[in-house]
Design a protein around this ligand. Structure first.
Ligand SMILES: Cc1cc2nc3c(=O)[nH]c(=O)nc-3n(C[C@H](O)[C@H](O)[C@H](O)COP(=O)(O)O)c2cc1C
Length: 288
């Protein structure tokens, strides 16, 4: 039976580097795969309103947009590759907008979790990718769970990532990681033992925190190399299927907490209604 690779592109640019990387990866797969593509910036995916309706009852988001189309493609895919360009030191916002609707993914977690996925962050200037790779990794880790590897590639002009052999080599590696069920890490530096993340925040207490799974840890220098150790905390985020389920349950519990505290909370919020002049487009002023 034909398997489907879904390419999720966070780039608005047609035949840009993100698209080429995804297509090159697809070319490295054996026969029996088809490629489907989602270009996130061309979809109408509205910002999450934070209403939490997707966690209750029918578990459906009330927004009427292209999100169900993208979700359906993700649910049906056998594997995914997520590629996004660096925009102002972070991933193009279309990827975050899609991820921001992430609580809606909960209703489909049985078909999403453990779907193999790889990622690529594309930046125009060497070393200027900022948090792009972290954003790509977060998407994979939080929604699909089975993160097989990700790379940072450099190239500003469309096609530039393939002017040296490195880009095509990376695509081959990522394809192999998808097929062989093993992680292909481009980094030889320290990684989080719990999730494989390679971005850390150094804390004032001398410890650190993994920015991918939020686990705390510590570090020491051994023979000139930085060694990182991370530990599972009380609220381990999205490392296992149970974590995802527990997190959704915890969020649902917040409704009861809100109901129990609503008078107390209202007393706080209502004391801030008067300050400031809102700057809004005319159309929404007319509605007021
Ligand atoms: C608005 C904008 C902001 C960008 N910001 C960065 C940046 O912060 N760092 C960087 O290295 N490249 C930056 N770039 C360059 C792109 O990441 C680069 O051209 C990349 O190849 C685009 O990928 P694409 O062809 O898949 O769209 C920026 C490009 C645009 C249009």
């Amino acid at each position: 039976m034909t398997k489907t690779l879904l390419g999720i592109l966070g780039s608005p640019r047609k035949l840009g580097n993100s698209e080429l990387l995804v297509k090159e990866l697809y070319r490295s797969l054996p026969e029996g795969w088809q490629l489907k593509l989602l270009r996130l910036p061309e979809l109408d995916i509205r910002p999450c309103k934070g209403c939490y309706q997707c966690l209750f009852g029918e578990m459906r988001c009330p927004l009427d947009d292209d999100f169900p189309l993208a979700l359906d493609a993700l649910v049906k895919a056998d594997a995914c590759v997520v590629a996004a360009p660096a925009y102002l030191l972070g991933a193009n916002a279309s990827l975050k907008r899609f991820l921001d609707r992430g609580l809606s993914f909960n209703a489909h977690i049985d078909r999403l979790w453990n779907k193999p996925a790889v990622g690529a962050a594309i930046a125009g200037i060497v070393g200027m990718e900022g948090s792009t790779k972290l954003a790509v990794d977060s998407f994979i880790k939080m929604i699909l769970g089975d993160h097989r590897g990700s790379v940072v590639l450099y190239g500003a002009l469309p096609g530039e990532i393939f002017l040296t052999g490195e880009g095509r080599e990376a695509a081959k590696h990522l394809a192999k990681a998808l097929l062989e069920q093993k992680h292909s890490s481009e980094t030889s530096g320290p990684v989080c033992q719990l999730c494989g993340g390679d971005t850390f925040r150094f804390l004032r207490n001398g410890g650190l925190r993994c920015m991918l799974c939020s686990s705390q840890g510590d570090y020491e220098w051994k023979e000139g190399r930085l060694q990182v150790r991370t530990f599972a905390g009380d609220h381990s985020l999205f490392l296992t299927y149970e974590d995802v389920r527990n997190h959704a349950e915890w969020l649902r519990g917040m409704k009861e907490k809100f109901m129990a505290m609503r008078k107390e909370l209202k007393a706080v919020t209502q004391s801030y209604t008067q300050e400031g002049v809102w700057i809004r487009p005319q159309a929404s002023k007319d509605k007021e």
